[in-house]
Each structure stands twice: as C-alpha cells, then as structure tokens.
Design a protein around this ligand. Structure first.
Ligand code: FAD
Length: 571
C-alpha cells in the first residue's frame, strides 16, 4: 500500500503546550516556513495541557527567585534532573508567562494590588504557582489555539502518527507515517524537521489522569527509531485521583494539588488523619511521599468502602473552598460528592512521566532533524516533577524547539525516506486485518492495568518487576495475534485501540526494565527491597533504547552539588 505524500518544512506532532508554542515560535522566527501541526485529536481540544488545573510555576514575586525555583526543582527531583535543562526551565518560565499574558492574551488571577496571584503548591518553598482559578489549562490552550488559527499554520487533525521514518541513509529523519483517522488512509508527511510533542501519558495504569488520546505513541515511536530514553522508571502518581466508581471514566481524574497545598486533610476509612504519621510535612509533602503513604494505608486495609481514602476540606470553611476551588467543587458535585462540605473518596492515580527522550538544550535529539519537547522529553524533572512545573516545561521547551527548528531548517532540505521502513510500518498497522477475529482487547487492557498497578506502580520489588517483564512480553505477543472483525478503516476505534495498546505495552516494558535496573529508591521510584536513596554524590540516571538494555549514566552536577545550594548567593 503506497501512502499519499505531503511535504512541509516543519512537522509538529501534538497540539499541547509544547506543540502549539513550537508552531508559534517557528512561525514568528521564519514566517515563510510551511509549518504543519498534526494531531490525534482536534487542535485545542485534546492533550493534557488543556486539563491543567492548578497552574504554572514561575519565580515572579518579591522574595522568590529563579535560584529558589531551581533549588526546589533539583531537590524535588532528588538530584537526578539534568541541571542545565532545569536551569533553562526556571529561567525561561519567566519569559513564557509574560508572553502568555502580554502577547497571547491569557488572563491569570490577580491580587487586589494588580500583581499576578501565585498560590501554594506542595513540595515548594515559595507560593509561585500562577493560575486562572483551578482551570488554568483551558485559558492557556484556548489563547494558544486562537493564535495558531490566526496564522498560516497548516493543521492535520485526527491524524495519528504511527512511525518516525528515517532518510535513505538512516542518518536523519525524513518524515512521519500517519493515519488519517477519519478515512483510515495512510499519509507520509515528509519534513525538514519534526517535533515530537505527543505528551507521553502513563495511561497503562489502572488509575490514571491523562487525556484519552494519549497512549505513549511518541515514546514508542522513539524506541523503535533507536533513540535513547532516560528516567523511564520515574512515573509520577498524583495522590488525589477521584474514586467515582468502577468504569465511570471519572475515576482517576485528578483533584488538584492546591487542595492539599491550601490545607486539605487526607483521612483513612476510619476518618482519621494519617499523613502526619508518615511525614512531618503531612499532606503538603511531595506527591511521591503522599502517594506512597496512601498506598501503604490502602494495603493495610484502612480504606473507604470503595477501597480508597478521603479528602476533607470543610475545616477550611465551606464558602472559601467553594470560591477558591470552584471547578473542583463542581466536578465532584457532577459525580455526587460534596467537596466543600463533605468527604470525597480518592486514590493515587498515575499522572505524569518524568522520563522521555534524551535531548539537548535546543531540543534536538540524537537523530538529526528530530526535536522533542514537553512530556515526551526526559531529564528536566529527574525523579519527581513539582506540581506546576509540567506546563512550564511544555511551554518553555515548546518555544525553544520552535526557535531552534526555525534556525535548523534554514540549512536543511527535504530528504528521501527509507521506503522499506514505510512499507514495514504499514504492514504492521495492517496486520490485525489479516487475522482471524478476536475480541480480547478489553481483557488485554485489564491485564495491562493490573500488571502495572500491582508490580510496576507505587511500590516495586525485584520479584514483582521480573514477573511483570515476563507478563508484559507475553501481552505483546497476544496483542500481535489479535485480529479485527471490522475491516472498515474509517474511524475504526478498535483498530486505534489496538495501536494504543501496542504503544502502551512497549513503553510499559521500558518502565519495568528501568525500574528493575535502579536498585535504590528515589522520588517517584520506590523499591521495597532497596528502600535507601543511596549516595547523592554518585547519582546516576537510567538510559535505555529499544533493546531494553539499561545503562546507568552519572548525573553531571554542572551548577550545584548535593549538600550545596544556590540560595546563599541570592540577596
Ligand atoms: C488532569 C491534569 C492536570 C494537570 N495539572 C497540571 C498543573 O496544574 N500544572 C502543571 O504544571 N502540569 C499539570 N499537568 C501536566 C501537564 O498537563 C503536562 O505536563 C503538559 O501540559 C504536557 O504538555 P505536552 O504539550 O507535552 O502534551 P499534551 O498537552 O498532552 O499534548 C499532547 C498532544 O499530542 C497529541 N498526540 C498524542 N499521540 C499522538 C499521535 N500518535 N499522533 C499525533 N498526535 C498525538 C495529543 O492529541 C495532544 O494534542 C496536568 C496533567 C493532567 C492530566
């Protein structure tokens, strides 16, 4: 099957904060470039940036500083972040928030004196989270989307990227094989530069928060293209996922960090506060600490009737909670819970992948012409992402990628693709149509959820990880054997579900391999058989490729060493 071909200077995969910022910056730097944003959903309506609730971390206020934001990021990340990338994050977050307000038209909440209001987020030493109520992402994505629509930037909506295709000599990217989901037709988009910004998304866990369009496709494609991924064991669990009943689709949805930040309590099944027994910072400890304490409490059986725990806010004042957390209160009310005055059942939920494609400060990767930004990239957050640093990361590095790509394509030309690689990728996508019909996708998904939740989740050990590795490999074989009943390729959601599961299982295997290799406990990664952090001075991060062989690479302390701080030098 020979796919249709489209040529563009720049191909951006994904329309979250990273993809849209990249498009706007590339266009601003070089308006004559042909730029195409290709996205699995509808531009402006999909991905997780739109779902950002709490807000955006940035050092703006008197008394705060980029050095303080940096130290919080490094200490929160347990000394595993790439320090130069983390520095870029905190420094450019200031630029980005001004751009969002002054150029792109975002309205963020303000103090009575007109300054931007910044709220408390757990795990930080300063109240620095800029927000629009508790639905910040809608404001950001709406304004970004309007600006993209207003420019001559091409869109391929409901187009799914399925394979990164290299040039004939294999030394650079030639383009991306896509499926037009509306017709089921293949399209090869040839581009001088490609940005991977599909947003990761740990939707392989039983409870998870990300949008349904995210299935780690970008990371799976990067693995198949032979690129190195780092920190893949670092999956962040958000402590307060809504427990709204089995298969309700609302279960797992995140209730924002600010609830704990502002003084909310977590209670066990007996309605007793338990966090002070686990950590002196209690509910305001970092996400990993709180999630682990909750998991331990659940394993002890101190649960609510549905197997979770409660969050309680009423002691802060019903009216205050209703005003400050309007969106959350309404979301809970939709599911029959009274957040302001009553108790809401919650469970830790898989939220964010700190791991991703290894990249340089200009967002370039090992493969010439391929750039990466946002949640598909790894190294900025290390072992833990601070709440509020996610959208800062995607917007900061999206903009960097746009600038770098515009400069890079000046000296680049379109490169011919490896035709055999296109044929092979099409053959894989087509393979379930040639097999006897099976109806096992739901069962396979449930198995994946269970394996990842129980054995590669909040608490891990060698035996569980070994079992998981075997079970995931078997799951991959079973998936490959699946046949689809419906041969109509137009909007064939079962077909896409099969592809989603393939990506998720491939990336789950990478998570399990990295988790088995890291024989210590750091941030989001906890091994009950190796509970100690190990010497910070000898910190190393995991790096793996498609063969799943993990290398431990030393962290370069380019700006600050464990035990030191940048804050001494700050007035
Ligand atoms: C519920 C929730 C609340 C959050 N709250 C906060 C917060 O308060 N503060 C914070 O800092 N962070 C928060 N985050 C994290 C934050 O949303 C992410 O860190 C960040 O926005 C990711 O941006 P991105 O551009 O990398 O990806 P996304 O915004 O997720 O965009 C990914 C895009 O890629 C597209 N895509 C996926 N696969 C393919 C494919 N195969 N082909 C083509 N396109 C594809 C998707 O459709 C989507 O358009 C939250 C996340 C969630 C889920």
């Amino acid at each position: 099957m020979v796919p249709k071909t489209l040529d563009t200077d720049v191909l951006i995969l994904g329309s979250g904060g990273a993809g849209l910022f990249a498009a706007l910056h590339a266009h601003k730097a070089a308006p004559a470039l042909s730029i195409t944003v290709a996205v699995k959903g509808l531009l402006g309506k999909c991905g997780c940036t739109r779902m950002v609730q709490g807000g955006f971390n940035v050092a703006l206020a008197k008394g705060d500083s980029v050095e303080r934001h940096f130290m919080d990021t490094i200490e929160g990340g347990k000394w595993l972040p790439d320090q130069d990338l983390a520095w870029q994050l905190v420094r450019l977050a200031v630029e980005r928030i001004h751009e969002l307000e002054n150029e792109l038209g975002c309205f963020f909440d303000r103090n009575p004196d007109g300054t931007v209001h910044q709220k408390a987020f757990a795990g930080q030493t300063f109240d620095r989270t800029v927000h629009k109520g508790d639905l910040t992402g809608i404001e950001i994505i709406n304004r970004l989307a309007e600006q993209v629509w207003a420019r001559k930037i091409a869109r391929l909506e409901e187009h799914r990227a399925v394979e990164i295709i290299k040039s004939t000599n294999g030394d650079s990217v030639s383009g991306v094989l896509m499926i037009d989901m509306r017709t089921g037709e293949y399209l090869f988009v040839r581009a001088k530069a490609v940005l991977l910004a599909t947003g990761g998304g740990p939707t392989m866990y039983k409870y998870h928060t990300p949008s349904g369009d995210k299935s780690c496709d970008g990371l799976a494609m990067a693995l198949r293209a032979g690129l190195p991924l780092r920190d893949m064991e670092m999956v962040q669990f958000h402590p307060t996922g809504l427990l709204a009943g089995t298969h309700t689709r609302m279960t797992g949805t995140v209730l924002e960090e600010g609830l704990r930040g502002s003084g909310g309590y977590l209670l066990n099944g007996a309605k007793e506060r338990f966090m002070p027994g686990y950590d002196p910072k209690a509910e305001r400890a970092t996400r990993d600490v709180v999630s682990r304490a909750m998991f331990a409490e659940i394993r002890k059986g101190n649960t609510t009737p549905h197997g979770g725990l409660y969050i309680a806010m009423a002691h802060l004042g019903v009216e205050r909670v209703a005003k400050e957390f309007k969106g959350m209160v309404e979301r809970c009310a939709d599911c029959g819970f009274d957040l302001a005055g009553g108790l809401v059942e919650v469970v830790p939920t898989a939220h964010y992948m700190m791991g991703g494609v290894e990249f340089r400060g200009d967002c370039s990767t090992e493969l010439a012409g391929l750039f990466v930004a946002g949640e598909d990239s790894g190294g900025v957050h290390g072992a833990n992402r601070l709440g509020g640093n996610g959208v800062a990361n995607s917007t900061v590095f999206g903009a960097v990628a746009g600038d770098s790509i515009a400069a890079w394509v000046k000296n680049a030309s379109l490169r011919d693709p490896d035709r055999q690689a296109i044929d092979a990728a099409v053959a894989v996508c087509e393979s379930p149509f040639g097999k006897k019909t099976s109806s096992g996708l739901e069962a396979l998904r449930e198995s994946l959820y269970e394996i990842m939740w129980e054995k590669v989740g909040i608490m891990r050990d060698a035996a569980g990880l070994r079992e998981a590795a075997g079970e995931l490999a078997a799951l991959e074989t079973e998936l490959d054997a699946q046949g689809l009943g419906d041969h109509n390729r137009a909007f064939n959601l079962t077909w896409h579900d099969w592809m989603n599961l393939r990506s998720l299982v491939a990336v789950s295997r990478a998570i399990a391999a990295a988790a088995a290799a890291r024989q210590d406990s750091r941030g989001a990664h906890f091994r009950s058989d190796y509970p100690d952090t190990g010497p910070l001075e000898r910190s190393a991060f995991t790096s793996l490729r498609g063969d799943l062989v993990v290398t431990m690479k030393p962290v370069a302390f380019t700006r600050v060493r464990p035990g030191q701080t940048l804050l001494e030098n700050v007035a």
